[in-house]
Design a protein around this ligand. Structure first.
Ligand SMILES: NC(=O)c1ccc[n+]([C@@H]2O[C@H](COP(=O)([O-])OP(=O)(O)OC[C@H]3O[C@@H](n4cnc5c(N)ncnc54)[C@H](O)[C@@H]3O)[C@@H](O)[C@H]2O)c1
Ligand SMILES: O=C/C=C/C=C(\O)C(=O)O
Length: 487
């Protein structure tokens, strides 16, 4: 049997294959796709040291336009290998080909181009301060790189979320050590090839593969030379990373878990709302932090809405990534599928009415070795049920009726999370009124997951710390100081 392809580390401008290896398994059919090198503590330390040294090298003297030109070259490199990146993302996640082609890749390219251009366009504050003695103070802002940034990404949108951090971090002159999820190492390995070919100076971009606790992830967050951690993943992982960096008082930017609500009022455009909630509940097989897992529908249309959403869910086609008309890929792994299936069982124990789904599909072929589940809808659970409060991160939602604004606002806000909310109503006065009172970082009105990269992105409560996007990213990835000159 031929040896599986090996995904190397990339440290100080060199690809490294030495080290322990871990398997990369297809969630479509369970076959071995490749192996990745698991970086040990020494390799992570060397990557961090290389990043620290690179700050003092040529990269430290690059201007914003020179960094931007290089990042556009990286974007060009991704574009030139578009199909390779699509293949890598689809292999690791099992998502439909059209999803990788229309979301993951265009966003990875946009993440580099947008922040390259924003960094060049960025202007900073200054002010004059008249003094009682007739003198004048002139204050101006100086923006420097933070230093070495640890970038740790999850598996649900592997390349999109890695580059969402890499773009601004590099545009602002930092150096980075990246650790993609152990579930989805392939597209990051390709990115290292593109970075290398684009001529990123050695040590500016470093890639280590591995796991979290006791592996590359933890070694990276505990490295003394890192200045900041930009992390996307589970809330409890965020808490662990906070502990790891607390003694060093490092900067952190966290995009964490969610238990997002959709609120559908009786006056909403019914078909648009049904389509929108179906998309927000089952997009990427429910594996997006912004996905809807709680649906509240105004009572007069509740029964009709449940029936319509059921029909939408049952019309979704699970299948191979390259199958015509496929809507749903598998979950990212059998392990994650077992977690989602445990909530399917819990829902029954908690007394849910299973409107549709709640089991795995039977294909009668290799896909039965994959990690597929059916899209699932529940009703009938109380708000305190675990399935209504805990993030499941699969193609599942619970629908409950409500009678008035104050009631639904209280119920939507009764969550330890605060990431996103979608409001479906044609009464925009009501939408604006509620949007200000929902305790989340991102509100969509008659839309979902429509993105402008200049807007603040992030969550409240257990859903995150800080905001990235637009100037928020430029600020996070900068060390800002004020200079005051007496004239
Ligand atoms: N808010 C957002 O924008 C957003 C986006 C995507 C995913 N998420 C969340 O991420 C979760 C799913 O992703 P996941 O399962 O990969 O999350 P995870 O927290 O298990 O892992 C995320 C990354 O952190 C690493 N990691 C784990 N423990 C670590 C530790 N102790 N120290 C350092 N690194 C560690 C992992 O190896 C992986 O690379 C869900 O909760 C989802 O809501 C949030
Ligand atoms: O799963 C979470 C998705 C996060 C998406 C973004 O950070 C983005 O679209 O910029």
């Amino acid at each position: 049997m031929s040896r599986p392809a090996l995904l190397p580390l990339y440290i100080n401008g060199r690809f490294e294959e030495e080290g322990a290896r871990f398997d990369n398994i297809s969630p479509v059919d369970g076959r071995l796709l490749s192996q990745a090198v698991e970086a040990d503590a020494a390799q992570v330390a060397r990557a961090v040291q290389a990043a620290s040294d690179a700050l003092q090298g040529p990269w430290g003297r690059y201007s914003a336009p020179e960094r931007a030109a290089l990042l556009h070259k990286v974007a060009d490199g991704i574009q030139a290998r578009f199909d390779d990146f699509v293949a890598a993302e689809v292999a690791d996640t099992g998502r439909p080909l059209h999803l990788a082609r229309t979301l993951d890749l265009p966003r990875a390219i946009a993440n580099f181009r947008t922040f390259a251009d924003l960094a060049v366009a960025q202007i900073d504050d200054c002010c004059e301060t008249p003094q009682a003695d007739g003198g004048l103070l002139f204050n101006y802002t100086v923006r420097k790189p933070l230093g070495v940034v640890a970038v740790i990404a999850p598996w649900n949108l592997p390349l999109l979320l890695l580059t969402w951090k890499l773009g601004p971090a590099l545009a602002m002159g930092n150096t980075v050590v990246c650790k993609p999820s152990e579930e989805t190492p392939s597209s990051a390995a390709l990115l290292a090839e593109v970075m290398d070919k684009a001529g990123i100076p050695a040590g500016v971009f470093n890639l280590v593969h591995g796991f979290g606790p006791g592996s590359a992830g933890e070694f990276l967050t505990r490295a003394p030379q890192i200045s900041a951690v930009s992390f996307t993943g589970e809330s409890r992982t965020g808490s662990a990373i906070m502990k790891a960096v607390a003694d060093g008082v490092k900067d952190i930017s966290f995009e964490l878990g969610g238990k997002n609500a959709a609120v559908v009022f009786a006056d909403a455009d019914f078909d648009t709302a049904v389509a929108g909630v179906a998309r927000s509940s089952f997009f990427n097989t429910g594996q997006v932090c912004l996905c809807t897992e709680r649906v509240y529908v105004e009572r007069p249309i509740f029964d009709r809405f449940v029936a319509a959403l059921k029909a939408r869910a049952e019309a979704l086609k699970p299948g191979y990534p390259d199958e015509d008309g496929v809507d749903l890929g598998p979950l990212v792994s059998r392990q994650h599928r077992d977690k989602v299936l445990s909530y399917f069982a819990l829902a029954r124990e908690e007394g849910a009415v299973v409107v549709t789904g709640g089991e795995t599909p039977r294909f009668g072929d290799a896909r039965d070795q994959g990690a597929y589940v059916r899209p699932t809808i529940w009703t009938g659970l109380p708000d305190h049920a675990r399935c209504v409060r805990e993030e499941i991160f699969g193609p599942v939602c619970h629908i409950a009726p409500f009678d008035d604004e104050e009631e639904v606002l209280r119920r939507v806000n009764d969550s330890p999370y605060g990431l996103a909310c979608a409001l479906w109503t044609q009464r925009l006065d009501r939408a604006h009124r509620l949007a200000r009172r929902v305790q989340v970082g991102i509100v969509w009105v008659n839309a979902w997951y429509a993105r402008d990269l200049r807007t603040p992105f992030g969550g409240s409560k257990l859903s995150g710390l800080g905001r990235e996007g637009g100037r928020h990213s430029l600020d996070f990835y900068s060390d800002i100081s004020n200079v005051c000159v007496k004239l």
